[in-house]
Ligand binder design. Sequence first.
Ligand SMILES: O=C([O-])CC(=O)C(=O)O
Ligand SMILES: [Mg+2]
Length: 218
Amino acid sequence: MASRNLSRFSSFGKKIIGIGKNYSEHAKEMGSSVPSEPVVFLKPTTAYLTEGNPILLPLNNDVDHEVELGVVIGKPGKDISESSAMSHVGGYVLALDMSNRTRQAQSKNAGLPWALSKGFDTSCPVSKFLDLSQVPDPHSVQLWLKVNGVERQNGNTADMVFKIPTLISYLSCHMTLEEGDLILTGTPKGVGPVKHGDVVECGLGDIVSMTFNAEDRK
Ligand SMILES: O=C([O-])CC(=O)C(=O)O
Ligand SMILES: [Mg+2]
């Protein structure tokens, strides 16, 4: 991938596009139906967090973990066809879509966007950048997550409702995808709370794993 220095990352770090309810079992556990079109939201770049730094829990202290495969755009584009979409992928990351559930429920009920529930500082912990050779089949990798050593999530990207080419094509018809953009492809079932003092460990098969401590923000 032609790489440019983007914020504090060498290969990604631009806009973060979240996809919601992209695993039917997770949609079910949230009391939702499986969407007929991708559910899309944005996180600001200030949500990025790298290992060695704590997840800072917002004051209402009601945050869930969501482990996800992140797709990093390597070649910009708009109106990308599904058949050419994978040529726009520059690599991958393992990511967490930390979600403030009380706030999310409030905004859902009021018909408001998820910006604050999904976009708080440190709400997007990410692994190191993985190049294409490290994830040869992104639709067949295990996503797992443990809190304090206890398994909470364990699912396979094969179960995504909308696969990566569909997501890239769909998104690029609405907004230009730039080099370094990150698409969070949704979380499998098993989401649950993270509290002050918890240790969150997650992985993408045995390709990469990462660990974060959670703390109440001051
Ligand atoms: O908050 C949610 O449940 C939507 C979402 O991000 C996901 O499904 O990954
Ligand atoms: Mg998510």
